[in-house]
Design a protein around this ligand. Sequence first.
Ligand code: GLN
Length: 541
Amino acid sequence: MTRFIFITGGVVSSLGKGLAAAALGALLQARGFKVRLRKLDPYLNVDPGTMSPYQHGEVYVTDDGAETDLDLGHYERFTGVASRRSDSVSTGQIYSRIIARERRGDYLGATVQVIPHVTDAIKDFVRSDLTDEDFCICEIGGTVGDIESLPFLEAIRQLGNELGDSRTMFIHLTLLPYIGSAGELKTKPTQHSVKELQSVGIQPDMLLCRSEHPIDRDARRKLALFCNLREEAVIQALDVDTIYAVPRAYHEEGMDAVVCSHFKLETPQPDLGVWDGITNSIRNPDGEVTIGVVGKYTSLIDAYKSLAEALTHGGIANAVRVKVNWLDAEIFESESQLQQLEGVHGILVPGGFGERGTEGKIAAARFARERRVPYLGICLGMQMAVIEAARNLAGLSGAGSTEFGVPDPPVVGLLTEWMRDNQLEQRGIDDDLGGTMRLGAYPAVLAPGSKVQEIYGTREIQERHRHRYEVNVNYKEALEQVGLRFSGMSPDGELPEIVELPEHPWFIGVQFHPELKSKPFDPHPLFTSFVRAAVEQSRLM
Ligand code: GLN
């Protein structure tokens, strides 16, 4: 029987609820339990797929093709459990389902209301698609007190009531601000936040208190007293130097012990050796390389969350620190700025949408090709590398993507048909934008003797996709003739998945997002190999 742990947030947003959930998942795994993690988002969008990365950060894609919140990336990176469509929901999704059912006549005769219809749909989501999991950790997006989160809080309150203490637990994450002039940590915002939670009928079983300074005994006692919980259930969550130190830090504060005692479970102490190894290699690298990431959303690191983590993982695999220079692609539209790339040991052009900055990305790909600097192009970054090769190697000077107009020739074009399992998917230019891209895991076949085959050590791979445009296979021959090898293709040979330059030390473009599957304890082979190439490059410089 699955137990449910609900994590809510109070005082302010951005306290790291997702990381807290992920770290708790890792700790419970280390105690031998099977976990699943879920995110409930109160916004009205059906999913974050159509939101700007500036609004929402990265869109995390699951194997089964859901576009989800970036917290699901944390969950996977900390637990290794592949998330699914059934691990992410929003108010928009809940309401769409209810309204569709209402139109079908499923509620015939009834007035459809927030309670019970919306709350029932939320409860159904929480309990769906679980088999032998010991724990399902559910993070509620937003901050307690928001109007939008009320139905979610009501639904989890009801679940707490229906399933009882032995199957549910409530954790509230808050902030203890430090007032310098008074030299004091303040507990009042947390007290108010817990009052808010209690006013909707939820008594937290644990407070996880983010703080820049150690929380003394007095403050803990006060919080326990005013918030109606045991003192040991007030867990201090101090800032740490790397996110991978969080499981160890929370364990030292007793988080997993309090959870186990709440559920009356006894287990041996968890072995956190894996996490200690990871933090140790992050803290004590043997060297450093610099990677220039040439993108569009470089002012908001959350827009490239998985990418930044995957680079860190590549560093762990090579015992080096990976320093990232986030570079706005637009600057490279002016040639003189390319000198900014002279000091980097590798260039990465990540995924992206829209025309802005694309000429700068093409210039960066050209710089990498001509100067023999390791290059990894991801999704749009692959498309840009192909356009660069078409223009400057194959002499197709007008080559471009139909995403940005009517180029001649359209080397990258709208993807109108493809196979998903054994089904034909079709799209047109006027289709909805939400949820209609080629999404999720698709297989690719790697060419024998290619660099990528050597890197992956296998002939067939599965990687996650999120794209609407695609390199047109009709240009394959012309591009291969000038040295760009199409080393990964969809099994039917129709869709280019990987290109590489065999004559270059390390130049690879992939149509998929390898960063989504990388983990600190299992770095993605492409990132491991790319960082290794950067290490070699640094020795040449
Ligand atoms: N905009 C491009 C496309 O839709 C690339 C997408 C991406 O980089 N994720 O194909």
